[in-house]
Design a protein around this ligand. Structure first.
Ligand code: 5AD
Ligand code: SF4
Length: 447
């Protein structure tokens, strides 16, 4: 009897979308979503290995599953994603009750593996299949507003701190035609926003026509019904002129860019092998800002990389101060097995790392609040995503510049566009009032 499945997901958008693909494969086999983990016949943990803490969470979840598995030995437990890829066979040593270990590029092999589980246990497939991104998939998307679409997989960069090149393999891009047909299907199904995904999404290159991300954005903008296009994650070296031009010229491409800097110190950037220095990053930001006026920018920063001195860290602070990002994701450096940086002495003591992170986050908090306050009184079009987290009676949506906006509009709902005026600002979200028509009648500035 085919049963019920449950998937838990950690990590990036790629992982979230891989889980949607896994759900598609399972539903294709006749499985149905279980109401909760304990009711499932098949539990897949789609894991992230980017930092040690992310990896630890997987083993915590496995410990919670152990008693369930003891009481129902027929239950299948699978570890998927980047921890599966990085740890391989050793997952079984740490959690012997795991039935299946499957890498992120072997998801399409799930039906075969599940078939074999009838007679065998302890199966593993961590092959970095070259055709993974080329396989047709029918993801089960939970939302109905915004859809992720994988356009390339893998990463050919060699950033010294990062597990991704090891866990996701070499870059492979999907043919432009296949991506465009998926976008058309999504538009037909009512999705209003499409986000193209890839570990190094700027390096996208159609294997047949050699079209790049700029061409893909232009092609997708011609699909009726798709109102917003985004892409992630970008790399400062690969964000070349045709992409920037498409961002400037294609109205559907959102005025938002996530461009990880990692450090403001050229010395540390060289040790990270990022391929650019502080000046080059700042030039790229100037280029983007002059092409797309008012673009909203976010970044990733790692503090406490091996050898980071107080002076290096202050350079990060000064870069953050001068760019004034709209959002920042910041992390304490975590040495990852198998990466070149793990060979370096992890010489910044943990307490110093944490203090640096707190200083950086306090600075960003201030900047974000100031930038949000500058938006009070301005009008935006918001795409409604779902109920607000703070008050389920209200809606939450996003502007094209990726700001979260909460507002009351009882008659609207997910997938709708609503014009609002910003009335108040917090560091992480904005409050707004719905506008009945497109103008702001008698607007009062709120301090
Ligand atoms: N330690 C801490 N943060 C890391 N990141 C990647 N690898 C590590 C690591 N070893 C961060 C980077 C990346 C984001 C997804 O996670 O900032 O852009
Ligand atoms: Fe985590 Fe990176 Fe894997 Fe995404 S690609 S799940 S961020 S390790």
């Amino acid at each position: 009897m085919i049963g019920r499945y449950w998937i838990e997901t950690w990590g990036c958008q790629m992982n979230v979308h891989d889980s949607e693909k896994m759900a598609g494969v399972l539903e294709g086999l006749g499985y149905r979503l279980a109401p909760e983990r304990s009711a499932a016949d098949l539990v897949l943990l789609n894991t992230c290995a980017i930092r040690e803490k992310a990896e630890d969470r997987v083993y915590t979840a496995l410990e919670q599953l152990r008693p369930l598995k003891l009481s129902r030995p027929e239950m299948i437990i699978g570890v998927c994603g980047c921890v599966a890829q990085m740890t391989g066979e050793a997952v079984f040593a740490r959690a012997p009750f795991v039935d299946l270990v499957i890498g992120p590029r072997a998801v399409s092999r799930l039906p075969d593996l599940l078939g074999r589980l009838k007679d065998e246990r302890g199966l593993i497939d961590t092959t970095l299949y070259q055709d993974s991104v080329l396989q047709p998939d029918q993801p089960v998307r939970r939302g109905r507003t915004k859809a992720y679409v994988t356009i390339m997989e893998g990463c050919n960069k060699t950033c010294t701190y990062c597990v991704v090149p090891g866990t996701r393999g070499r870059e492979v891009s999907r043919p432009l035609d296949a991506v465009l047909s998926e976008v058309q299907q999504l538009a037909h199904d009512g999705f209003r926003e499409v986000e193209f995904l890839g570990q190094n999404v700027n390096a996208y290159r159609c294997p047949a026509s050699r079209a790049g991300l700029g061409d893909l954005l232009r092609g997708s903008s011609r699909v009726a019904g798709v109102k917003r296009l985004r892409f992630t994650t970008s790399h400062p070296l690969h964000l070349r002129e045709p992409i920037i031009r498409a961002m400037a010229e294609v109205p559907q491409v959102c005025d938002y860019l996530h461009l990880p800097v990692q450090s403001g110190s050229s010395r540390i950037l060289a040790r990270m092998r990022r391929g650019y220095d502080r000046e080059k990053y700042l030039d790229r930001i100037d280029e983007v800002r002059s092409a797309v006026a008012g673009i909203s920018l976010s970044t990733d920063v790692i503090v406490g990389f091996p050898g980071e001195t107080e002076r290096d860290f202050e350079q990060t602070l000064s870069l953050v101060e001068s760019v004034r990002f709209d959002q920042m994701f910041s992390f304490v450096y975590s040495a990852r097995p198998g990466t070149p940086a793990a060979e370096l002495a992890d010489d910044v003591v943990y307490g110093v790392k944490v203090r640096r992170l707190m200083r950086l986050q306090a600075l960003q908090h201030e900047i974000q609040l100031e930038r949000h306050r500058e938006l009070i009184g301005r009008e935006f079009e918001v795409l409604v995503e779902g109920p607000s987290r703070r008050d389920p009676q209200e809606w939450a949506g996003r502007t094209t510049c990726n700001r979260v906006v909460n507002f009351s509009a009882p008659e609207s709902g997910p997938g709708q566009f609503v014009r609002v005026v910003i009335t108040a600002a917090g560091p992480n979200s904005l409050r707004a009032r719905r506008l009945e028509c497109g103008t702001v009648p008698g607007l009062v500035e709120i301090a």
